[in-house]
Design a binder for this molecule. Structure first.
Ligand SMILES: Nc1ccn([C@@H]2O[C@H](COP(=O)(O)OP(=O)(O)OP(=O)(O)O)[C@@H](O)[C@H]2O)c(=O)n1
Ligand SMILES: C[C@](O)(CO)[C@H](O)COP(=O)(O)O
Length: 391
């Protein structure tokens, strides 16, 4: 189980704008959201703690709510220095966390691979940082700008985030730093003080910290490039069956259809939308509706499947996907569905924010064969294609 801390409680003074730099829009999303989503792209991440300045807690909360994160999240108030912010966030991490990954909200270009490699190295070595070899010659200098030394560049690394740690080790390091009044500029430096080894995993020169206005311009270019290069189409399949029973409404594609029987189920039993949702989640590699909306959860009793379709759309959006097209077939001997299909297409298109031409619902009988043919139940098949903006 991995817990993530995202540091976003700074002021962004060097950016020279009137708002916190992590709120600035970048490739259609705030900088902070890119950083959070990069961290959440690791399946083992179960919770995310975001630090925010006291006066920005509401703004950050609203922002995270809007982007419908795939993991549990919480916003905590930061401190006057980054280290104080992380110390506050540590208090909100569950005791059960094994690995804690710390990441700057201002590093939106971190990749899933960086998080994976840092976490794997932390499991092996207890502590790991993402870093790149320095390219320039580095000098030390006195306050009056006289060079005092030239360290051997071959031993120097420019350190980034994510930084990943054994949870107990990181807690001990922060405790010790507080006792000693030590203030470091990254998390690993606190762990180094305990004598622990910190492993380096290769970062990327593109994983820079957004600090000054030209960083925003450069990041825009890199995101645009990723979008072009990395855009992929994925497809998914969904199938569902519900039993026809008396005293239930028959709802298909969000349309209530007059019939003597209705579909039985925990929700409104809209078999068509269930198949479509499974196809969408399958296309995104995100499991199925049973995983996201278990029928053991009372919140979903009788719920409109259109509402859950909207939630699935939000989950996909938060993973950087949008819907390309849906094709679906309802298998029902009775009632005749042709006159309702236009409305089903419209309902689905509206919820998925696509045009009606991207949704194609069909219906068929089975010539009296099988459970559908005998009128015992209705089945639905769906396929979906979605487009990702790339890694
Ligand atoms: N008290 C602080 C200071 C910084 N940060 C976060 O730590 C990351 C790295 O810090 P930095 O780039 O220095 O951000 P700022 O402090 O916001 O920038 P500046 O120094 O230009 O004011 C940022 O995502 C920032 O929001 C934080 O959580 N709490
Ligand atoms: C943690 C860090 O991003 C590693 O490079 C960096 O040290 C943060 O420093 P800042 O002073 O908060 O910019």
């Amino acid at each position: 189980m991995i817990s993530v801390i995202i540091a976003a409680a700074g002021q962004g003074k060097r950016m020279g704008v009137s708002m916190n730099k992590v709120f600035l829009p970048l490739a259609g999303k705030p900088v902070l959201i890119h950083s959070v989503l990069a961290a959440c792209s690791l399946p083992a991440v179960t919770n995310v703690i975001v630090t925010a300045a006291a006066e920005e807690v509401d703004t950050v909360t609203q922002m995270l709510t809007k982007f419908n994160l795939p993991a549990y999240w919480k916003v905590v108030t930061g401190g006057s220095e980054r280290q104080h912010s992380i110390a506050n966030a540590l208090k909100a991490i569950p005791e059960s966390a094994k690995i804690i990954v710390v990441h700057d909200g201002a590093r939106p270009l971190a990749t899933t691979a960086m998080f994976e490699q840092a976490a794997a190295a932390a499991r092996k070595h207890q502590a790991a940082i993402v870093a790149v070899p320095v390219k320039d010659t580095i000098k030390s200098a006195s306050a009056d700008k006289i060079v005092t030394g030239t360290p051997d560049r071959r031993t120097l690394w420019a350190v980034q985030t994510p930084q990943a740690f054994d949870a107990d080790l990181l807690r001990a390091a922060y405790h010790q730093a507080e006792q000693d009044g030590y203030l470091g500029t990254d998390d690993a430096s606190l762990v180094e003080r305990l004598g622990a080894n910190v492993a380096i995993v290769n970062g990327s020169y593109q994983n820079f910290k957004i600090t000054t206005p030209e960083d925003m311009q450069f990041a825009e270019v890199l995101f645009a490039e990723r979008q072009e290069v990395g855009q992929v189409i994925r497809s998914g399949i969904g199938y569902d069956v519900h039993r026809l029973v008396p005293e239930r409404k028959l709802i298909l594609g969000g349309v209530e259809i007059p019939y003597s029987l209705g579909l039985d189920g925990h929700s409104d039993a809209d078999v068509l939308l269930h198949a479509i949702k499974d196809a969408l989640l399958g296309a995104a590699g995100l499991g199925d509706i049973g995983r996201h909306f278990p029928d053991t959860d009372g919140r979903y009793k009788g719920i409109s499947s259109l509402k859950l379709l909207a939630e699935v759309q939000g989950i996909l959006a938060s993973h950087g996907y949008h819907v390309n097209n849906i094709d679906a077939t309802i298998v029902a001997q009775k009632p005749k569905l042709a006159s309702y299909i236009g409305q089903m297409n419209q309902n689905i298109a509206e919820v998925l924010s696509v045009s009606v031409s991207q949704v194609n619902v069909k219906a068929t009988t089975t010539e009296g064969l099988g459970f559908a043919g005998q009128g015992l139940g209705i089945a639905a098949y769906a396929t979906a294609t979605i487009i990702s903006a790339g890694a």
